[in-house]
Design a protein around this ligand. Structure first.
Ligand code: HEM
Length: 299
């Protein structure tokens, strides 16, 4: 649609308004507070893009460049991130549940029942937490299968595999401890079985069982320690270990890649539509190899 031409008497004041607007914007952009927040130039070059990632607390966990194969949805199916998002959902719904649940043996079960009868959206809250927990266990398992299938456990990522196993154990412990908090008949049976399994540990059986139960049999002491584990110790451990897990991905050179993708080199070339496109450079034979140009090194 064509806009009607601006009438002549309005043109001068309009130009002036645009000029003033530009001056004000320039003034704001040159001011120290603005510069302290926006520290980098607009990320329209490789160097500026890298600086934006390095200088931001939230972005620095991300790599500046990623391997092309890992951008393919079917390489990871986003399973690791989905596991993490489910954990965040559990964290948020769990905090709200803490306002509505008291870990005391004489009222824990009633508190759970009240969620479904007299708390607004209580059932939704409880089910969101429960379903996210089930899904987290499922997704962490699927994620582990994906990593195994793509060979992501091989050096140099073997340490991250170990961190992952720890995350898996923490996830299962969170799931188990949450199951106990309902404090119904199933929970009583589960903690009895759990404590007896712990009690069967070699050499330390008695100590492990006493540590889990806090008494000779399941009771108020058991509930409060399972609660402490479920709401503080285990989630904190997951946050810390997930941080290490993500940091390791960067340190190990990003996600794994099939051998063919590792051999191919990718460079960024300016595209006709502006911006950059990724171009695959065929592997160079050893005889024909020439040292990379300074420009390539900078990339
Ligand atoms: C709370 C649990 C976990 C979270 C939140 C998590 C998160 C992630 C994320 C976001 C990635 C990036 C790629 C992707 O999305 O697939 C990743 C990669 C990886 N994860 Fe996990 N993970 C968890 C558990 C595990 C487990 C149980 C294992 C293995 C026992 C594992 C081993 C790995 C490895 C080795 C990589 C690098 C894979 C590659 O380079 O291809 N993770 N994880």
């Amino acid at each position: 649609m064509m806009l009607p031409p601006i009438p002549a008497p309005l043109r001068a004041p309009l130009d002036r308004a645009i000029e003033v607007n530009k001056m004000v914007l320039d003034l704001v952009r040159q001011s120290p507070p603005w510069k302290s927040i926006f520290r980098n130039a607009y990320p329209n070059t490789d160097e500026n893009r890298a600086l934006v990632m390095f200088n931001s607390f939230f972005l620095h966990i991300m790599p500046v460049k990623v391997k092309q194969n890992t951008l393919k949805w079917t390489y990871t199916f986003g399973l690791g991130l989905m596991t993490f998002y489910l954990f965040l959902l559990l964290f948020i719904t769990g905090i709200i549940l803490m306002f509505l649940y008291v870990p005391a043996a004489e009222r824990a079960y009633q508190d759970m029942q009240r969620l479904g009868t007299s708390v607004a959206y209580g059932q939704l809250l409880r089910n969101s937490h429960r379903w996210a927990a089930h899904l987290m266990v499922l997704f962490v398992f699927l994620h582990m299968c994906r990593v195994f299938y793509t060979g992501g456990y091989k050096p140099p990522r073997d340490f991250n595999w170990v961190v992952g196993v720890l995350l898996l154990v923490l996830t299962l412990l969170l799931s188990f401890s949450g199951y106990i908090l309902t404090w119904d008949q199933l929970a009583a049976s589960a903690i009895t079985v759990g404590a007896n399994i712990g009690g069967a540990s070699p050499f330390l059986g008695g100590i492990v069982k006493a540590f889990i139960l806090g008494a000779d049999e399941p009771g108020p002491a058991t509930l409060i320690r399972v609660y402490a584990f479920h709401v503080i110790l285990l989630p904190t451990a997951v946050f810390i270990m997930a941080g290490v897990h993500f940091w390791r991905i960067r340190k190990d050179g990003g996600l794994s890649a099939p051998a063919t993708a590792r051999k191919a080199r990718h460079v960024l070339v300016p595209s006709a539509r502006g911006g950059f496109t990724v171009k695959e450079v065929p592997p160079v034979s050893p005889e024909a190899q020439v040292p990379p140009s300074p420009e390539e090194v900078r990339r």
